[in-house]
Ligand binder design. Structure first.
Ligand SMILES: Cc1cc2nc3c(=O)[nH]c(=O)nc-3n(C[C@H](O)[C@H](O)[C@H](O)COP(=O)(O)OP(=O)(O)OC[C@H]3O[C@@H](n4cnc5c(N)ncnc54)[C@H](O)[C@@H]3O)c2cc1C
Ligand code: SF4
Length: 512
């Protein structure tokens, strides 16, 4: 860069590592610069695992290195610099004071709070902050607003069909390929007694010197953070992220559909893609993932139920969740229609519980920063819903432990889909079930000291107890919901003494 005055300062946050970002259109290496800040506040505003902090900082440093290789000027604040800015806002103000740019630019961040903080900081500097629409997603917020406005029925399925028609993905002559929009009924099988069998293990990526440096730094700076950095093999560069996508498409996609909802002791990945973290940091784009899956179907190497299931997750759910976040914030964060007021139980930070299912899921989560969808929804999330944990606290917990958690995606999924705090915006009914669901979809219950069929007594499965208690606590509300009516009817078949005993047992589970 010459001695000319800085024109555009492009702010890039840790979840905006998009080599193809709209912010780089017209980027002039002679007159523009990128600003990146490893802010202590971002690593500590919720209690976060070592793995999550290291994943973000390593990916940021790798991205900055790649941008410098392209000849771009990157102003990078390392957390271990002398007197580094402690927040993104302070990083921005310090860069403006030092480099005196003409304009500030950012692609819409993934967090309402961050957008507000940066807008306020820009205001203090007296410079305009241009917020660019994010080209990474298939839909803009304005399009989502248009779709949702005035609709009586507002559900994922309608949005997804609109997206299929709009993009032409898996469509032929205006109709869905194969004749159905959705192959979910083929995608709910358990593994059976023999288990998942041999599944190609997820590829691991040897940390290079940049990543090794970050791992050392995080271990030293955040020694008390939960989780571990052992066997850190996460993809943190664009090349590795692209490889992780190919690894899934070539080795696991064909069986992704059938056992999508199944769980198994000690197994994290099964046939899932594990691309959510790299897609959310924007190391790869949703189009790259979807196009690769559709190409595998067209080449005859993956069946339709698997490919349609995968496409729906990204083209449907991911875009839908983002639309809900940006059209409902900030009120969405405070929603708590079931008035859930318990703290997140301590064992959610350690995995120390007698429940075989939760012990395994949480221990693996602490080790890997990952759990698949059904473990989140029908394992950990289900327990917290029926236990009555405060929805925003469950989101904070989720933000702390998962590599893929960004505010826009964690909040509607955790507080909305899983905790039903929004009263039916994301899902029309709460996802609630007894231990029998876990028994059917996994091998956990066979080795557990509890019995999924019992709701009272010493052997009672906490899920089963809490399920009936949950229905009883919200009986009137759920009775008015057509999709919950049968569950309430089953509750009403129980005699009053049994319900009283269940509720006492549930209360005892809530006592520390
Ligand atoms: C309680 C709860 C919290 C969740 N929090 C997050 C979160 O913080 N970040 C996150 O990316 N996903 C979240 N999800 C959605 C989903 O569970 C994860 O995206 C998925 O498990 C990631 O694993 P995978 O990459 O192997 O996904 P796969 O099962 O292989 O699915 C493919 C991709 O589809 C997308 N996807 C699927 N479902 C959703 C969804 N509901 N919302 C957004 N994207 C989706 C993801 O990008 C995912 O990588 C949450 C789900 C629940 C029930
Ligand atoms: S019995 Fe209950 S607590 Fe034990 S593994 Fe089964 S569902 Fe989980």
């Amino acid at each position: 860069m010459s001695g000319a005055k800085l024109r555009n300062l492009v702010i890039v946050c840790g979840d905006q590592l998009d080599h193809d970002s709209v912010a780089f259109e017209g980027f002039d290496p002679e007159r523009d610069a990128i600003l990146m800040t490893e802010a202590a506040h971002e690593a500590t505003y919720v209690w976060q695992s070592k793995r999550r902090i290291a994943f973000f900082f390593a990916a940021m440093r790798q991205f900055a290195t790649a941008q410098k290789r392209l000849g771009r000027n990157v102003l990078y604040n390392h957390i271990d610099d002398e007197n580094p800015p402690t927040s993104l806002a302070n990083g921005l103000k310090a860069a403006v004071a030092q480099h005196d740019p003409e304009r500030l630019m950012i692609v819409q961040p993934g967090d309402w709070r961050v957008l507000g903080d940066l807008q306020a900081a820009a205001g203090e500097t007296g410079l305009p902050l241009t917020v660019l629409q994010d080209g990474h997603f298939y839909t803009s917020i304005a399009e989502f607003e248009d779709f949702s406005e005035g609709r009586k029925r507002f559900i994922l399925e309608d949005f997804y069909r609109m997206m299929r028609k709009k993009t032409g993905l898996l469509m032929a002559d205006g109709k869905p390929v194969g004749g159905e929009w959705n192959y979910d009924k083929s995608n709910r099988k358990a593994f059976g007694k023999k288990g998942p069998g041999l599944i190609s293990p997820r590829a691991q990526y040897q940390p290079d010197p940049i990543t090794v440096e970050v791992l050392r730094l995080v271990e030293k700076r955040f020694p008390d953070a939960p989780g571990t950095l052992d066997e850190f093999g996460e993809p943190v560069t664009r090349e590795d992220a692209l490889h992780a996508l190919t690894d899934f498409i070539d080795n696991r996609l064909r069986d992704f559909g059938t056992h999508q909802d199944a769980m198994w002791t000690g197994e994290s990945t099964l046939n899932h893609s594990r691309i959510s973290a790299v897609i959310n940091l924007k190391l790869i784009s949703p189009r790259e993932a979807v196009d690769a899956a559709v190409a595998a179907y067209e080449a005859g190497v993956a069946p339709l139920n698997a490919v349609e299931g995968f496409v729906r997750q990204i083209l449907g759910w991911r875009e839908y969740i983002r639309g809900i976040y940006w059209t409902r914030m900030p009120e969405y964060a405070d929603m708590n229609v079931l008035d859930a007021q318990q703290d997140v139980p301590d064992f959610f930070w350690t995995g120390e519980t007698d429940m075989a299912c939760l012990s395994d899921m949480i221990t693996r989560l602490l080790r890997t920063g990952y759990a698949h969808h059904i473990e989140r929804l029908m394992g950990m999330g289900l327990f917290m819903l029926m236990y009555g944990a405060k929805p925003y606290a469950t989101h904070d917990w989720h933000m702390g432990l998962y590599l893929d958690a960004i505010d826009w995606v964690s909040l509607p999924n955790m507080a909305g889909m899983s905790q039903h705090a929004d009263g039916g915006i994301v899902g029309t009914k709460p996802y609630c079930a007894t231990g029998a669901y876990i028994d059917r979809m996994s091998n956990y219950c066979g080795s557990c000291r509890f019995d999924p069929k019992q709701s009272t007594g010493d052997d009672a499965c906490p899920f089963t107890t809490l399920y009936w208690d949950f229905l009883a606590r919200h009986e009137e509300r759920f009775n008015a919901n057509q999709r919950m009516f049968l569950q309430v009817r089953n509750l009403r078949r129980k005699d009053a003494d049994e319900v009283r005993a269940i509720r006492q047992k549930a209360e005892s589970l809530r006592k520390p």
